[in-house]
Design a protein around this ligand. Structure first.
Ligand code: F6P
Length: 255
């Protein structure tokens, strides 16, 4: 039965890889919408993948969210990751502390005996504050590290769920509804064809920066995220997906 299951997942992974046009897809059994442990399993698989890619002194930029928090939870020191550096991919996005990129970044560094730098930016940012904050030497230094990251690891969310979780103001909600936003990642909201509908104003990684980064790993599972995952990958900036059976099966069904 174990081998049968392995084969079943090989086929699923291949299908998802083709649909989304990715280099690597890893699928873990179960559905993280239903069982909390599946999310930790996702985290473990994501960490295993990351570990294989890591070289000493690599910089890893990470986003927030509960899937990324699960990755942090499953991390352990690794010789591949000696002197690795963690940075948050983008500044404040309206998440609770435990889901913030800063928190997760510090936790990851602690687990892997690495270093970290944080982005201290108010949230949300006015245009004026934004322009002056990116001139701050402390912020500038971290922004440079983010742009030069060797690896990026990020979550993907359903647009509606994320807008609610961030207590998004009414006028922005209107934009998301009018633009038919389906997914969210890095503070960008996308429609079903992967077009940007709205972008949260904060410092850090811009979508364009991802094109220069060799390994961009998305960690997202649960049947409810299938559409969001499909939408996000339409704009083709990440090349690896760590997901679960629930999301994968729904994704195949819907395509
Ligand atoms: O807010 C950070 C973030 O990575 C979002 O970009 C993403 O949509 C969300 O978290 C995913 O969160 P979760 O893993 O809890 O679904």
């Amino acid at each position: 039965p174990y081998l049968e299951r392995m084969n079943r997942f090989d086929v699923l992974e291949e299908k998802v890889k083709q649909i989304l046009n990715l280099d690597h897809v890893i699928i873990t059994p179960g559905d993280s919408d239903q069982d909390e442990w599946v999310k930790f399993d996702l985290g473990r698989r994501a960490y295993d993948f990351l570990k294989k890619q890591l070289k000493p002194s690599d910089t890893i930029a990470v986003t927030g969210g509960s899937s990324m928090a699960a990755v942090a939870e499953m991390m352990q020191p690794s010789t591949n990751g000696t002197n690795c550096f963690f940075v948050p991919a983008r500044g404040g996005l309206g998440e609770r502390v435990e889901n913030q990129a800063n928190t997760i970044c510090a936790q990851m560094a602690k687990k892997m005996n690495g270093e970290y730098r944080l982005l201290y930016v108010p949230d949300p940012l006015s245009e004026e504050t934004y322009q002056s904050i990116i001139q701050e030497p402390g912020v500038k230094e971290v922004l440079q590290m983010i742009k030069e990251a060797d690896i990026v690891m990020h979550g993907i969310g359903d647009a509606c769920t994320m807008a609610k979780r961030r207590k998004t103001p009414e006028h922005v909600l209107d934009k998301l509804i009018k633009g038919k936003a389906v997914s969210e990642a890095f503070g960008y909201y996308f429609d079903r064809d992967g077009r940007v509908v709205y972008k949260v104003r904060t410092v850090g990684m811009q979508l364009e920066d991802l094109s220069n980064i060799q390994t961009v790993i998305a960690v997202a599972g649960g049947k409810s995220k299938a559409e969001a995952i499909h939408s996000f990958f339409k704009q083709g900036r990440s090349n690896v997906l760590i997901t679960d059976e629930g999301a994968a099966k729904m994704l195949i069904k819907g395509s």
